[in-house]
Design a protein around this ligand. Structure first.
Ligand code: OOG
Ligand code: MG
Length: 261
């Protein structure tokens, strides 16, 4: 029998984050960890973040594109939490000093105008609840060595949350075609990858609906004013000190990031 509990897993993962140390996947020692329990761990880590003064600002989806699913070898999307402690001010470098092995990925971000509660939410209903669409950059940072994990591991680890920032251009959903919205990933002046919004579940609005429907299974909803990161459109790129990373979106503007020590 495993001596692991929700409490112990939450303590372990938050300690890795605070102490900037990585570890083996929890499922190496707790092979029976199921998805429901993994989400209980994720929710417990959120409770502890809020108890230490952080504020919930939104929801992130993970593994919504084939590029991400293939890289991580996990075919199922997941949801996790965003707090204000993860917000990266515009112009600030990737906070390498507090992270283990940061990687950066371009995302399409929704700012919600209305509450969105599943089950049964469609992409059209989801989009009707959106106030604005933004370009986003997420800095992911797994607590697991070499980003090696199973789906329950990464769910428990709040989907490798690290930091994120939102671009300056906010469009109404009807002002752009989300499936055709393109991004070029530039590292040190070279374009290394590209994608369009269609990479994200066929349409980022589908990912938003998926998040609402998934949260509904835990009795939760997406609230007005919250941000939703719909998931990396391309594979993430490493962000070592000194790297210059830019995500150029076709209508949502560009986001520039530098790797910080
Ligand atoms: C899991 C986090 C996934 C995304 O956008 O797909 C994620 C990982 O890749 O470590 O944030
Ligand atoms: Mg992401």
């Amino acid at each position: 029998m495993s001596t692991w509990t929700v409490d112990r897993a939450a303590t372990t993962l938050l300690a890795c984050e605070d102490e900037r140390t990585d570890r083996e996947p929890i499922t190496d020692q707790w092979p029976d960890l199921d998805l429901r329990t993994a989400y209980e761990i994720q929710d417990e880590t959120l409770r502890r973040r809020l108890a230490r003064g952080e504020h919930l600002v939104g929801v992130k989806l993970g593994l919504t594109s084939r590029a991400k699913q293939e890289r991580m070898n996990i075919s199922s999307p997941l949801v996790a939490w965003l707090t204000d402690a993860m917000v990266l001010p515009a112009g600030a470098p990737v906070p390498g000093a507090r992270l283990i092995h940061p990687r950066v990925e371009p995302e399409i971000v929704f700012l919600m105008r209305e509450r969105l509660a599943g089950p049964g939410v469609t992409a059209a209903q989801a989009l009707a609840a959106v106030d604005r669409v933004y370009a986003g950059a997420e800095v992911i940072d797994s607590r697991y060595r070499d980003f090696r994990f199973t789906l329950p591991d990464v769910v428990a680890d709040n989907a490798s949350s690290g930091a994120f920032l939102v671009g300056a251009v906010g469009l109404r959903p009807e002002q752009l075609d989300l499936t055709l919205e393109a991004v070029l990933v530039e590292v040190d002046g070279r374009v290394v990858d590209s994608a369009t919004g269609a990479a994200v579940q066929g349409n980022p609005a589908e990912a938003l609906a998926l998040a609402a429907n998934d949260l509904a299974r835990r009795g939760l909803a997406i609230e007005p004013g919250q941000l939703v990161l719909t998931g990396g459109m391309t594979d993430a790129v490493p962000a070592p000190a000194g790297a210059r990373i830019a995500f150029h979106f076709s209508s949502l503007g560009s986001i520039h990031l530098s790797g910080g020590a």
